[in-house]
Design a protein around this ligand. Structure first.
Ligand code: IMP
Length: 187
């Protein structure tokens, strides 16, 4: 069975195929089918996107929406992660947190995968919790908020971990693991 992944990002296809590789007969293929990003939660964006793309191509499809949430900022930047990264950037987030310590630096990444086939839409979620670092720290890996996020149980930021290491514990990995369980049960 071929599942189409509506994304402009080939890295996401690579990551999905690595996680799903031991599922015989299932492959994920990129499809470039832009969909409107409705204003709302990650769940609402993924559900809308999955239905929208399915109606266009009428084949099993997935879309994925992720965000970075800082708890003491009431979840900001959250669904605005892309825009905030391109404007305030990581320096801006560190500035907003300059007088915060301990649990006030708690943050998490979240991914929601929306899958749609002829039976309708299903959502699969993954979260990785951690803390915002005090400064930008990177060894050149990762992207966007990776250089200010230290996952729980680690003292390195995501951007100081090799992609393979990050991919073992990431929000995206966890969401794909949930999706994998669903595919296994489908038979
Ligand atoms: P997307 O929905 O996966 O494109 O994610 C939206 C935005 O969230 C991206 O443009 C990034 O700014 C941020 N983001 C999502 N996943 C990650 C990640 O794994 N590391 C760092 N930033 C991320």
């Amino acid at each position: 069975m071929k599942i189409y992944f509506a994304t402009g990002n080939p890295n996401k296809i690579k990551e999905a195929n690595i996680i799903l590789k031991d599922l015989k007969g299932i492959s994920v293929e990129q499809i470039k089918c832009p969909y409107p990003e409705v204003q709302g939660t990650l769940e609402e964006v993924s559900e809308f996107g999955a239905k929208y793309v399915y109606e266009k191509i009428e084949k099993p499809i997935i879309v994925e929406d992720s965000g970075f949430f800082v708890e003491s900022l009431n979840g900001f930047p959250g669904t605005y992660s892309k825009y905030v990264q391109e404007t305030l950037g990581n320096e801006g987030i560190l500035k907003l947190l300059e007088d915060k310590e301990g649990d006030d630096r708690n943050a998490y990444f979240k991914t929601v995968i929306g899958y749609c086939d002829e039976k309708g839409v299903k959502l699969f979620k993954g979260i990785v919790k951690g803390k915002v670092s005090y400064e930008i720290r990177s060894k050149g890996y990762g992207f966007a908020y990776d250089s200010i996020f230290i996952p729980d149980g680690e003292d390195r930021t995501f951007a100081e971990m090799k992609t393979e290491e990050k991919s073992e514990i990431s929000h995206r990995k966890k969401a794909f693991e949930e999706f994998k369980k669903f595919l296994c049960n489908m038979g």
